[in-house]
Write a protein that binds this ligand. Structure first.
Ligand code: HEC
Length: 165
């Protein structure tokens, strides 16, 4: 078992390999696609019965504002904006740390293809194999408010405007 003995030189070689492979977290690799449009997508699809659910809440400023509050600051374990960005562009302060990168909600090419129930499911249960956490302390109502707010990042989103008032 000689190989297991600690040698400073081995540690140094490991560090060099780790940096050149960009595998170290301390060296965020910016081929990570934060903010790209379109960007790769790792998240699995929700079961069909869930994906096809519509947002049961009335579209209203009140619901969107509640979603904004959660997204920008109060959601636990971590406000969505930390990763998905204040403007929903996938470029939050922590975004560069993650591979795959957080979803860019301003990118119609991707988000326009994702149904309401998909957002709901992933917010509630998280996305396995990615850094997207489960927000299982939020009520269903809060999750639908978040879903409604996320849609407002989409350019030309009719989703929000058509039913408001
Ligand atoms: C720690 C970073 C992080 C935080 C905090 C975070 N997300 Fe994510 N989110 C991600 C990553 C990474 C993905 C996966 C991207 C992929 O599939 O390639 C993701 C995916 C998603 C998706 C899935 C979209 C799809 O492609 O199906 C939704 C919806 C989402 N996030 C909403 C939220 C909301 C709402 C919050 C706050 C309540 C939040 N996220 C907080 C990192 C984060």
């Amino acid at each position: 078992m000689r190989n297991l003995s600690f040698k400073p030189r081995n540690a140094l070689l490991l560090l060099v390999a780790c940096i050149s492979l960009q595998a170290c977290n301390s060296q965020p690799s910016h081929q990570v696609q934060s903010g790209h449009c379109p960007q790769d997508r790792t998240t699995e699809l929700a079961p069909a019965v869930i994906a096809s659910l519509n947002n049961p809440l009335q579209t209203s400023t009140k619901n969107i504002d509640a979603g904004r509050e959660l997204y920008q600051s109060t959601a636990k374990p971590l406000a969505c904006a930390e990763c998905h960005g204040e403007d929903g562009d996938g470029n939050g302060p922590m975004a560069g740390m993650f591979e795959p990168a957080p979803r860019n909600f301003t990118c119609n090419d991707i988000v326009a293809t994702l149904p309401e129930g998909q957002f709901f499911w992933i917010i509630k249960y998280g996305s396995i194999g990615t850094s997207m956490p489960a927000f299982d302390k939020l009520s269903d109502k809060e999750i639908w408010q978040l879903t409604m707010y996320l849609r407002s990042f989409q350019p030309n989103s009719t989703n929000i405007k058509q039913t408001s008032l």
